[in-house]
Design a protein around this ligand. Structure first.
Ligand SMILES: O=C(O)CCC(=O)N[C@@H](CCC(=O)O)C(=O)O
Ligand SMILES: [Zn+2]
Length: 335
């Protein structure tokens, strides 16, 4: 296997490879761009015109997606997978991955779309760097752009694997991309209704990629991910890489659609969330239920029919999202 196939090892040890570019016998070029960043380019004759960004480890304790990217890269470096797409692989937060923690100082996935400029510390620097890697990668005109930012969640979920689809004013969510996600094993997609400060929101809003955060199960340490079944996603990614995706007729069969009704924002240290600590993502919330309260008499009461909660987390910094109230969506606004 080519030495650059060991991107994870290089990333975790902080080593710079002596040889920064290597080419497989099938003419696939691997180029190390910096810590946790590697570009894979097919030969010009094989290039199918897709630019695919795959990121993992934006949260350092979410290891199953990191292991998945590692397997894919090993396949490429051994010559078993021969990509026809250009690919950028990014391990998001190396210092946090080394520590096995979600972050070092602050959640990097709240620092994109320029938010890093108003902040400092390791995550702010890394967010700026990741934006730059993505900006350069997605700068070639006339090509398709796709970004999957792979995560696992803090808690269990009634819907194990799902995607979050960012929002941009005037842009329509794509039915074709949803069908692709269904074929990749996603059981639900959550349609965002306002701009955001996550990595996938950055590539969607600013770089014109089709972008998604994929939630793939519960976060566990390296080597303990047997319960996270990524077979369908992995198979689909290999097809996307090799431009051999079967035509499934664009079916959304079995894919549940939700949209964000409201984001619950923690305003102060007085914020209280009225949910059991072990509540699962997508648990239903009854109308009239007092979900949370905060200083100055702020109350978050459920008003929506069919509401469910995802990512409840009262420990976030003040001003950040402490949960999302979602409701079913009929998909009538898809393109
Ligand atoms: O389990 C949780 O509470 C958080 C899981 C996670 O890290 N989710 C991402 C979602 C990003 C998005 O909204 O697209 C995050 O919170 O950063
Ligand atoms: Zn995450």
């Amino acid at each position: 296997m080519l030495a650059l196939g060991k991107l994870l090892e290089l990333t975790l040890t902080g080593h710079e490879p002596a040889e920064k570019t290597q080419v497989t016998p099938r003419g696939v070029r691997l180029r190390w761009l910096g810590q946790g960043a590697l570009e894979v380019s097919p030969s010009a004759a094989d290039d199918c015109g897709l630019d695919l960004l795959l990121s993992a480890g934006i949260h350092g304790n979410e290891t199953a997606p990191i292991e998945l990217l590692e397997r894919l890269l090993h396949g490429v470096a051994r010559g078993d997978i021969v990509p026809r797409a250009r690919v950028l692989l990014l391990f998001g937060n190396p210092a946090a991955i080394v520590n096995g923690e979600r972050f070092v100082e602050q959640d990097i996935n709240r620092l994109f779309n320029g938010r890093h400029e108003q902040s400092s510390g390791p995550e702010a620097l890394r967010a700026a760097e990741l934006e730059q890697f993505a900006r350069v990668f997605f700068s070639k005109p006339g090509r398709s752009r796709l970004h999957y930012d792979l995560h696992t969640a803090i808690r269990g979920s009634r819907i194990e694997q799902f995607a979050l689809y960012p929002f941009k004013q005037g842009r329509t969510h794509s039915r074709r991309e949803l069908a692709r996600l269904a074929a990749a094993g996603m059981e639900a997609v959550l349609l965002q209704c306002k701009p955001s400060i996550t990595f996938s929101a950055f590539t969607y809003e600013q770089l014109d990629a089709e972008s998604f955060t994929l939630e793939l199960g519960k976060a566990r340490p390296f080597g303990q991910n047997d319960a996270v079944n990524l077979d369908k996603l992995e198979a689909r990614l290999v097809h996307i890489l090799q431009a051999t995706e079967p035509d499934d007729g664009g079916s959304l069969e079995g894919l549940q659609l939700f949209r964000v009704a409201r984001e619950v924002i923690k305003h102060s240290d007085g914020f209280r969330l009225h949910l059991p600590a072990d509540i699962k993502n997508f648990s239903p919330l009854d109308k009239g239920y007092l979900l949370a309260d905060d200083l100055a008499g702020v109350r978050w009461v459920i008003e929506e029919e069919g509401a469910r909660i995802i990512f409840p987390n009262p420990k976030v910094r003040n001003g950040l999202r402490a949960g999302i109230i979602v409701v079913p969506d009929d998909g009538e606004n898809l393109a």
